[in-house]
Ligand binder design. Structure first.
Ligand code: R1P
Ligand code: URA
Length: 293
């Protein structure tokens, strides 16, 4: 018989029987998960729960699981960047789809709903600070997804080809990837949300066209991203996790959506006067939808 047991070195469990980085056990996680970058934002979300039944923390990964009415929801902080998304999405998946006793993949897989509530910088004058963006696609200039095998749809391939024609990324800087959002989830978040392609970057400064003292290798990046057009599609914003979430969701079979509060407008060179208030409004508005999913 084939030995499908996943070794202790590959799926690492701690003394609580919890998955290594998140320090969460299978029964401590809900099927609907909100991810946030900032560990302090977990409580900003869970304070709206009627009841919090689990609180865990290990490194930057804070998890609160609780209820709004009968809806069980987990909020998990990812920290910054798609390297962390690799850890969080794999461990969330392991919590529902791997039997921790036998260390084998369960015969019946569970699809999680994963919704990112983050912050972001706008690339369009028409997407102002303090507005909200639903990412129709995550276009990765990071380098996480090329380490996995994945399939793109024909529409995703076409959009990526249009991007590669219009936006010049120097060879060796990135291998762009593109994944669409869960359409079923995106359809729930339309009223009061902008929609557009989100660029996921491997940094906040040069990879997002910000020059403080370091000179940019891609000085035209911002202009090319803002000008990109392919039929109805345009690039709305920049951040640092969405393409990883959408890509890992595709690979592992989870329904993912990324929603951002715009705190910076890179075209108008503006920053929100109260980003915290914008994030709070985004959380309240989105929780009203998430509790009904
Ligand atoms: C950078 O300041 C961080 O803010 C954005 C970026 O994606 C990056 O993680 O999201 P969060 O506010 O959710 O962390
Ligand atoms: N997060 C980012 O990654 N970029 C911004 O400009 C603002 C928030």
């Amino acid at each position: 018989m084939e030995n499908n047991r996943i070794a202790e070195s590959e799926l690492i469990l701690n003394s609580r029987g919890a998955v290594y980085h998140l320090d969460v056990r299978p029964e401590e996680l809900a099927d609907t998960i909100i991810t946030v970058g900032d560990p302090d934002r977990v409580e900003v979300v869970s304070k709206h729960f009627d009841k919090v039944e689990v609180t865990r923390q290990h490194r930057e990964f804070v998890t609160h699981t609780g209820y709004i009415g009968k809806k069980r929801i987990s909020v998990v902080s990812t920290g910054i960047g798609t390297d962390n998304i690799d850890i969080v999405l794999n461990e969330l998946d392991a919590l529902v789809n791997i039997d921790f006793n036998s260390r084998t993949i369960k015969p019946q897989l569970t699809a999680l709903k994963v919704i990112r509530l983050g912050t972001s910088g706008s690339l369009q004058a028409s997407v102002p600070v303090d507005s909200f963006v639903v990412s129709s696609h995550g276009l990765g200039l990071d380098n996480l997804l090329p380490w996995y095998q994945f399939e793109n749809t024909a529409a995703e391939k076409d959009l990526l080809a249009a991007f590669s024609k219009q936006v010049i990324i120097r060879e060796g800087s990135a291998s762009p990837t593109l994944f669409s959002a869960s359409e079923a989830l995106a359809n729930q978040f339309k009223d009061g949300y902008h929609a557009g392609i989100t660029i996921t970057c491997p940094g906040f400064y040069a990879p997002q066209g910000r020059a403080l003292r370091g000179k940019l290798s891609h000085p035209d990046l911002l202009d090319q991203l803002t000008a990109f057009k392919d039929g109805e599609h345009f690039i709305s914003n920049f951040e640092m996790e969405t393409s990883g979430i959408y890509g890992m969701g595709r690979i592992l079979g989870h329904d993912c959506l990324s929603i951002s509060a715009i705190v910076a407008n890179r075209v108008k060179k503006e920053f929100s006067k109260d980003g915290g208030a914008a994030v709070e409004t985004l959380i309240q508005k989105s929780l009203g939808i998430i509790e009904k999913l």
